[in-house]
Design a protein around this ligand. Structure first.
Ligand code: UDP
Length: 327
């Protein structure tokens, strides 16, 4: 039985990974403390409730399921919160990941797929970001992810822990079948907030900053569909099984869209007005984060098929209208 331990499997990206793993014949075991995840999203394999910082519980779960690999999604991931509560980010993300990595090594599970972020790059004037761009994170979220990348390198050298690191750009959209989707509490991400504003579930979207050095003054991001993103993880898992060593891949499309462009697309996809107001910049935000890499396409054969902005918004809207998880 090819079992994969999926930390954060009750969360947005982790639950989509579980669905894709199951479809590919793996058994995804979700490990999640349900602090930000949803039990209702765990539909594709066994559920083990636990915290990353709980080594005893992790050892139990590794012993019970004997996974061939770990996919590590569980993390705190909000830029605003990382600026105001950096300690939580260092403890949960870095100490938690270190605990998980040590447990994996102790259990002899030496294949590791890690969800890192373009936030590790920080601010780079108008360059597209490839895997060799220096990492200069602007916030504790990006810094915590960069630190985990360093831990993985050290553990490969010392213990043979082979890993694929994916640096995500902005993940968007939802399962095309609308079985699972994005649901955070509180919600902080642009597209779901925009859909809530369109739907009257909140008064308005606040555009964070209109004085950036971009054509329309708002931040530019590279959006990638969650289904395409998890496809890359399956390819990464296969890469670990077929190759030697470890590798870092950006996961983005190479196309950047400003906040105003996302608003325009949302209006056109939903055929509704987007209520929004403009506000000051959000601390910790980079002006532009766009992936310049085609490495995942070349080396993994990754072909994003739903990552055009209209499809991502349409899938997110379908999920939004289909309803959310029970509280
Ligand atoms: N953003 C915004 N209003 C919001 C949430 C986000 O203007 O209520 C902007 C944010 O400043 C960034 C972009 O939308 O430029 C994407 O932000 P999000 O939080 O979705 O993802 P992040 O880039 O932080 O990973």
């Amino acid at each position: 039985m090819n079992t994969v331990l999926v930390t954060g499997g009750a969360g947005y990206i982790g639950s989509h990974a579980c669905k894709a793993l199951k479809a590919a014949g793996y058994v995804p075991v979700t490990y999640d403390n349900l602090e930000t995840g949803w039990q209702d999203a765990v539909r594709f394999g066994p559920f083990e409730r636990g915290d990353l910082l709980d080594r005893v519980r992790l050892d139990e779960v590794f012993a019970a399921h004997k996974p061939i690999a770990v996919m590590h999604f569980a993390a705190l991931s909000q830029v605003g919160e990382a600026m105001s509560q950096p300690g939580r980010y260092w403890r949960n993300n870095v100490e938690g990941s270190l605990t998980l990595i040590e447990a994996a090594v102790a259990a002899g599970c030496l294949n590791f797929v890690f969800s890192s972020t373009c936030a590790t790059y920080g601010e780079h004037d108008n360059v597209v970001l490839d895997e060799n761009t220096p990492q200069m994170p602007l916030n504790a979220y990006g810094a915590s992810k960069r630190a985990i990348e360093d831990i993985l390198r050290d553990f490969e050298a010392a213990h043979g822990l082979r890993h694929v690191i994916f640096r995500y750009f902005n993940v968007a959209g939802a399962d095309p079948e609308a079985e699972i989707g994005e649901h955070h509490r509180p919600e902080t991400h642009l597209i779901p907030i925009m859909l809530e504003a369109i739907d009257g579930k909140r008064d308005a979207l606040t555009v964070f900053g209109t004085d950036y050095d971009t054509p329309d003054g708002t931040c530019i991001r590279d959006y990638v569909h969650v289904s395409d993103l998890v496809d890359a993880h399956l390819l990464g898992l296969q890469w670990l099984r077929d190759n030697k060593g470890s590798k870092v891949f950006n996961l983005g499309t190479g196309s950047g869209f400003s906040v105003r462009e996302v608003i325009d697309h949302s209006r056109s996809v939903t055929n509704r007005e987007v209520p929004y107001v403009t506000g000051p910049r959000r601390a910790g935000d980079a002006t532009k984060l766009v992936s310049g890499s085609v490495l995942a396409e070349q080396e993994l054969g990754w072909k994003p098929s739903r990552s055009d902005l209209r499809t991502m918004i349409a899938d997110a809207w379908r999920w939004h209208e289909a309803g959310h998880y029970d509280k």
